[in-house]
Design a protein around this ligand. Sequence first.
Ligand code: 6GU
Length: 247
Amino acid sequence: MRVDIVSIFPEYFAPLDLSLIGKARAGGVLRLAVHDLRTWTHDVHRTVDDTPYGGGPGMVMRPEPWGEALDALAPGELSPDGHTLPRLLVPSPAGIPFTQAMAHELAAESHLLFACGRYEGIDQRVLDHAATRMRVTEVSLGDYVLFGGEVAVLVILEAVTRLLPGVLGNAGSLDEESHAHGLLEAPMYTKPANWRGHEVPEVLRSGDHGRIARWRRDEALLRTAARRPDMIAALPPESLDKRDRAA
Ligand code: 6GU
């Protein structure tokens, strides 16, 4: 997968050299480039923002540098290697919610392009113009406000990269994880069996795989009901069996 990120703070992305994302980059699974938006300014002050039309606090990112950046990174024609246009993602508290389902959708793309806004956001015409030639999605991490899109891109990229083929050693861990089945994951334990007087639940040491699976399912249901009643309400009724209802 190819990923381009445009930001006025390229330094935010230094951690993408680390850990499993760094490994995915080194191994060529992830071809990632970070670009400084100011590359596409032409005035001595390398200006990227201006006051909002209609008034109000803060500043808005001017359209010209963004237009040139997107022209450079997503030229209109198909490239000679036959690649399609990128999917443009614009992090914004006004976007649609980012979810595990969206992470799966993005992991299937061949080229993602992230436009990181700062201040009060990017002039809307940049997104409207881009939408005439590529798929544009404004995406939000949740109901709170960040200074800019940079940290959101780190989050989204981490969620997407771990779904790319060959990035996780054990593909089974993808199947068991929280959100994979619409429930939060049951608690996990490792050795020692007794730590500071706290015991690992007996069932997990029983070797009875049927009982263990039932216990984990019950714990997942109880935890999800307590912490995320919205997720219980969204479960298809046929996904609950008789013993689930008892739990
Ligand atoms: Cl994606 N961007 C910004 N600036 N704030 C946010 C957000 C994104 N998601 C939640 N708050």
